[in-house]
Design a protein around this ligand. Structure first.
Ligand code: ASP
Length: 323
């Protein structure tokens, strides 16, 4: 038994050639957020507080597809989604279609703690945010030039894309697009367990680039993108539709509960057998302090640490990356 924490900044088709100016700020953010989470766990903050704290930090960082860096819908608007879950009680809260709330994850927690419900969306979620007095800003705050460019590229290619999809290369290659138009940006999540085995999970996203207005992905759906019980806490990232079909996060817990699989075996099974290749990454911790971060995409921005001194920060499979 011991504390453990893992976080992600999205999974997808992340090229090994990712330029340093795109890679380094994200790696630095992962390290920084990991350290914030570890310090909070060491200071005996509850896992629920820890995952909210870390995800807020990632939401405030424009290098990730959540909060400030959220990608745009097909109408150029922002519709953020977030979900938080406490393992012991299975209390959970989720929001979708939020466009002016600075930290959607904190709003999800308020839904969990201050309403008789689990999930609020669109106008109702915004009204609840106003009523709760959470920090809100004009929608334009979230519409960054980078995300306008990403939407333009997705529209030109006529596709709805996972935030890490590489731009379609023209022949001859369009150097401007390659230099400025990378879509390497990701959904964020955090899972944590304290040394008493209390677990929590949180995930936050802007969704997919060029998604239809009103589209809801896996992130806020309990058991798909986010899940925690008394055995494990799980946060998924990738193509939401594929993750929803697989009920990926809940399946990890179910394999442990019903089949007696270890955390690592359960998460590996879901990633390898339940979600088509190229579509998912998972971070998970167990009540006994194990951690695992498998993915079937090219890469996943990720970081973890455990009480017994293990720590990893990575993007690609460890066999190919040299951080
Ligand atoms: N899973 C998210 C969605 O489909 C996107 C991501 O994880 O990057 O909305």
């Amino acid at each position: 038994m011991g504390w453990a924490i893992a976080l992600h900044g999205g999974a997808g088709d992340i090229p090994l050639s990712l330029p340093p100016e795109r890679r380094e700020p994200r790696e630095a953010a992962l390290r920084y957020c990991l350290q914030i989470g570890v310090s909070a766990l060491k200071a005996n903050r509850s896992p629920l507080d820890v995952v909210e704290l870390v995800v807020c930090e990632l939401e405030n960082n424009p290098h990730f597809n959540a909060g400030r860096g959220s990608v745009l819908t097909n109408e150029g608007t922002v519709e953020m989604e977030a979900c938080i879950m406490d393992g012991n009680t299975k209390n959970c809260g989720a929001v979708s279609g939020v466009s002016t709330v600075v930290n959607a994850i904190s709003l999800a927690r308020l839904v969990m703690e201050k309403t008789p419900h689990i999930y609020l969306a669109f106008d109702g979620a915004e009204a609840f945010a106003r009523e709760q007095g959470v920090k809100m800003v004009d929608e334009n705050h979230f519409i960054t030039p980078e995300n306008i460019e990403r939407l333009k590229q997705a529209k030109e290619a006529n596709r709805v894309q996972i935030d890490y999809t590489q731009p379609i290369q023209k022949d001859p290659p369009d150097e401007t697009v390659l230099a400025n138009g990378d879509s390497q940006l990701g959904t964020v999540g955090c899972v944590a367990v304290d040394s008493e085995g209390n677990l929590a999970a949180a995930t936050s996203t802007g969704g997919l680039v060029n998604k239809m207005v009103g589209r809801i992905g896996d992130t806020p759906i309990i058991g798909s993108g986010t899940y925690a019980n008394n055995l494990c806490a799980v946060s998924a990232t990738g193509k939401g539709e594929a993750i929803i079909r697989a009920t990926a996060a809940r399946d990890v817990a179910a394999l442990m509960e019903y089949k007696g699989l270890s955390l690592e075996e359960a998460a590996a099974y879901v990633v390898e057998k339940c979600v088509p290749k190229g579509n998912v990454g998972i971070i998970a911790v167990s009540a006994s302090g194990e951690v695992t971060m498998p993915f079937n995409t090219t890469g996943m921005f990720r970081a973890c640490a455990t009480e017994d001194g293990f720590s990893e920060v990575g993007i690609w499979p460890l066999s190919v990356q040299n951080l």
